[in-house]
Design a protein around this ligand. Structure first.
Ligand SMILES: [Fe+2]
Length: 417
């Protein structure tokens, strides 16, 4: 993150003696990025963080992509995915490339170990469920619609609250940087002088939930930390609780941003997706399409124009809203609109949307600058008819009216593009 903060106990200066109650020294760790010139935090451990054993590779984590040469629209229905695994092993990669991997996870088991990614930053969008993430930097309570940003190298355990009867299974979308870059707010939202969020940004520091106490778990025993790196998950053993930090300060830590705290920017005419941008990393961006008032020119067309995103693949994850504007889409659907072929509103939806004043859509979008590839798991959930869904159909001949001849859009439409 951009701004400096701290938690727990700290000595008054860096790199000086800082002693435990028993007189021994705490172990200082500089948690640095980009060769000590990127965001950094300094942590104080009860035990030397170097005292680990194991390094046993336990399973491959590198996704296998299929149909790498095929360019077509895709619609993946992830709602039928059965619950499986824990919040790490239950992740199913659906799309990815050299820069980013996108997974859906519907966990059915708790984690009985801790985890860190040595590959890159993780952006976990919680669709359903609530719970707690215990991290090296403190505790984060999460709820539905939270983006949980866990930067590379941070040890954590994600615990979902029990699900009440009738509530959906916990479910999250994971967008993971695999090119070594960090997932951060767009630089244009931040002051160059102070890194403060600027007035035009759709969110600011007050919207970010940073780690809280409890921070320190002073326990001895056998603790497993699984580390993902080099396409493999390794098991390391600690003889002390891995979350043994008594204090830290700096600009590198996990945090949460709830998508309902994104303040959409609206315009007289249709505004493009960068208006909805929330985070970015090298070669991909993450955007939030949130409920909002629509374009207010008296003749405005509130749905997006057809567009050729010549340099980016677009993946949308549909969270909630009125899905009628896009045929066949349901909650937890993912669509991929690849570079190379234009896309836009479905037949009939533009006329139907005229006069609409608001949208109740909620969707997360990830745009990548290099082509995305599906996995075998994605193809198993693939709606093969989706690429043909822009064909003229009896619906479109209604010219935006429903079967009774009335306009079907009403005052509330979705504007997914
Ligand atoms: Fe689009």
């Amino acid at each position: 993150m951009a701004f400096y903060t701290k938690l727990g106990q700290l000595p008054p200066k860096r790199h000086i003696q800082f002693r435990r109650p028993d007189g021994a020294l705490y172990s200082e760790e500089v948690f640095g990025t980009e060769g000590f010139v990127g965001p950094t935090s300094t942590l104080y451990h009860i035990h030397p963080p170097t005292q680990v054993t194991g390094w046993k590779p336990i399973y491959h984590s590198k996704p296998e992509y299929v149909e790498r040469e095929v360019m077509r629209m895709r619609h993946i229905r992830s709602s039928p995915m059965p619950p499986k695994g824990d919040p790490i092993t239950g992740r199913v990669v659906l799309f990815g490339n050299e820069d980013v991997e996108m997974s859906v996870c519907v966990p059915s088991e708790p984690m009985n170990y801790w985890f860190k990614s040595g590959t890159g930053d993780e952006c976990i969008f919680v669709h359903h469920g609530s719970g707690t993430v215990h991290t090296t930097f403190g505790t984060l309570k999460f709820r539905a619609k939270d983006y949980i940003i866990i930067p590379k190298g941070i040890i954590y355990q994600m615990i979902f609250d029990p699900t009440a009867q009738g509530e959906p299974n916990p479910r999250f979308l994971l967008i993971e940087s695999v090119n070594g870059s960090h997932i951060l707010p767009p630089p244009r939202y931040l002051s160059k002088q102070t890194s403060q969020f600027l007035e035009h940004a759709p969110y600011c520091e007050r919207d970010l939930r940073i780690p809280q106490l409890p921070l320190t778990f002073d326990k001895q025993g056998q603790y497993e930390v699984r580390i993902k790196t080099r396409g493999m998950v390794h098991s390391y053993m600690y003889t002390y609780h891995p979350l043994d930090v008594v204090g830290w300060d700096g600009c590198y830590y996990p945090y949460i941003f709830n998508i309902d705290d994104f303040s959409p920017i609206v315009g007289k005419h249709h505004l493009p997706p960068p208006t909805h941008q929330t985070f970015e990393a090298r070669n991909f961006v993450i955007c939030s399409f949130c409920p909002r008032l629509l374009d207010f020119h008296p003749l405005a067309i509130v749905l997006p124009y057809n567009h050729s995103n010549l340099d980016s693949d677009e993946v949308l994850y549909y969270v909630e809203g009125n899905y009628k504007a896009r045929r066949g889409i349901e909650s937890a659907s993912l669509t991929l609109h690849p570079q190379g072929i234009p896309h836009g509103p479905h037949p009939g939806t533009v006329e139907a949307s005229i006069g609409a004043t608001k949208s109740d859509e909620l969707a997360v979008m990830c745009d990548t600058f290099r082509p995305l590839f599906p996995t075998k798991a994605a193809l198993e959930l693939d709606d093969q008819s989706y690429p043909l869904s822009w064909e003229n159909s009896p619906d479109s001949k209604l010219d935006g009216k429903d079967s009774t001849g009335k306009k079907s859009g009403g005052s509330n439409v979705n504007t997914w593009s």
